[in-house]
Design a protein around this ligand. Structure first.
Ligand code: 4AD
Ligand code: MG
Length: 460
């Protein structure tokens, strides 16, 4: 007999009435009074569990089953009985329960509630805990919904490389990739000795390659891991994060912000539609204002403010910050949150940053001081996307690169794009984990990525 998914039973309850089926999965709980008992079974196909009813009279191994620990894997044959008057709309009345692999008392997920810190230490087991099961299921749906959004709009999905020889984001620290035994202090290594014959890094962005593809397909996006070697232990930084980066030709900064706002509203609407059980769970156990908050974002117009205007507002409140602001300084998380939480009370785009604090590829404004950049800030999180219109003027781009000590020979092909049919174009990068934090209400980025990579943490 073929195993049925628990999800199928929930989806087509009436089809299963009185039907004999086989299910298999993991015990979430088992309780008994010596004569009969209930197992709550999770098979991973949906967030909900299946209730299995078992009786001493019917199953031969009752003594073993009634002692089953949480986490044990079992297979069960029985009949589905609809129970509309009960909490569970149906249950499986077991005829046979086979134990596949029983856990013992060492299984760490016995209790219903564990601290998030403890669960991080057992990251290889935590997807089985309710919170993480919900988070990673929403993560999966969210990735699919993002693909759907860009597919519907005619974007081509390109796969940009993870190994790169250029440092696109300037300030960001890079992981070096080497084939040499660099811990052998008796040897001296030259870049020419490397497999690639030059210095190579894990890429912090797919943007530059994405721009090359945009000039072929008009609109593209890339979605994959990006790496930043910064030694920062915050609740919103990881050294390996998932990065969605669209790049669109014939689009200016205004168009880009419209695209971002449309994307945000699309993904939130679809997640609420498609993950009702998980979202209800988050609203109950993680953040009681979550659903209200997401619905507000869907129905509100995002704010817009220039960096210069933002600094004026922040300066008046400098007494509230650890880092007082001044025109020209970087906006820190505390300022980003003040703007989105206190001033705007909704997502807000900050535009036209000083060129000194932004990347070399951003289009310079007429004022000679600022660039056509936009960061999208969310309440509770801060920066969720960073984007810009791109510089298309060859000479301006080259001059800017020179002032930043970027080597022309490392970027020759990127510069050439400005000579071979260059057009106005814009793009942004979405931190996938950051938006996932906002959508689930989970407040630490380590809890929305399977095996977080942070300083001193690469166990699993
Ligand atoms: O602002 P960033 O550095 O922009 C870029 O990399 C551009 N090349 C994007 C583009 O225009 N195509 O990064 C984009 C987003 C940030 O807004 C943030 O959400 C996320 O990536 N991000 C991180 N997320 C988690 N951990 C980190 N260490 C992150 N660094 C950036
Ligand atoms: Mg940024």
């Amino acid at each position: 007999m073929v195993k049925e998914d628990v999800k199928s039973i929930y989806d087509r309850m009436d089809d299963f009435e009185s039907k004999e089926i086989v299910v298999a999965g993991w015990v979430k709980s088992c309780r008994t009074n010596g004569k009969f008992g209930f197992i709550e079974l999770a098979d991973g196909t949906c967030f909900k569990t299946l209730q299995i009813f078992f009786e001493k009279e019917k199953i031969s191994n009752f003594d073993i089953i009634e002692k089953l620990n949480t986490g044990s894997s079992i297979k069960c044959k029985g009949n589905i009985v609809l129970t509309p008057e009960n909490k569970q709309p149906f249950e499986l009345r077991a005829d046979v329960i086979d134990v596949i692999n029983a856990t013992d008392n060492e299984y760490p997920l016995q209790k219903k509630r564990h601290s998030l810190e403890f669960l991080r230490e057992i990251a290889y087991l935590r997807p089985r805990a309710n919170l993480f099961n919900a988070v990673f299921r929403v993560r999966s749906k969210l990735a699919f919904i993002l693909h759907e959004f860009f597919e519907q709009k005619g974007f081509v999905h390109v796969h940009t490389p993870l190994l790169t020889s250029s440092d696109c984001e300037g300030g960001s620290d890079l992981f070096r990739v080497t084939t040499q035994n660099i811990y052998d202090e008796s040897k001296k290594f030259e870049p020419e000795d490397e497999l690639f014959g030059k210095k190579v890094y894990l890429s912090p962005t797919g943007q530059l390659e994405g721009e090359a593809c945009a000039f072929a397909f008009g609109k593209i996006y890339t979605f994959g891991p990006s790496f930043r070697a910064e030694n920062s232990n915050t609740t919103r930084h990881v050294n390996e994060f998932w990065h969605l980066e669209p790049e669109v030709c014939f689009m200016d900064l205004e168009g880009l912000m419209d695209l971002e706002e449309e994307m945000m509203k699309f993904i939130m609407t679809k997640i609420l539609e498609r993950c009702p059980d998980e979202m209800k769970f988050f609203n109950e156990f993680v953040d009681k204002s979550l659903l209200e908050r997401l619905n507000n974002v869907i129905s509100s117009d995002f704010g817009k403010i220039t960096y210069t205007e933002a600094i004026e507002i922040l300066k008046k409140n400098n007494d509230k910050f650890d880092f007082p602001v001044e025109w020209g300084c970087d906006i820190q998380t505390e300022h980003e949150r003040y703007l989105s939480e206190v001033v705007f009370k909704r997502p807000v785009f900050v535009t036209d940053y000083p060129k000194e604090i932004k990347a070399f590829y951003m289009k310079q404004n007429e004022d000679g001081k600022t660039v056509r950049a936009c960061d999208l800030l969310f309440p509770g999180i801060g920066e969720v996307t960073g984007g810009s219109e791109r510089e298309t003027d060859y000479d301006k781009l080259l001059n800017h690169m020179k002032t930043l000590n970027l080597k022309e020979e490392d970027y020759w092909w990127y510069l050439n794009l400005r000579k071979f049919g260059s057009v106005e174009h814009s793009g942004f990068g979405l931190g996938f984990e950051r938006i996932l934090m906002y959508i689930t209400g989970v407040s630490n980025i380590r809890d929305v990525i399977l095996f977080p990579r942070t300083p001193n943490n690469c166990e699993f």
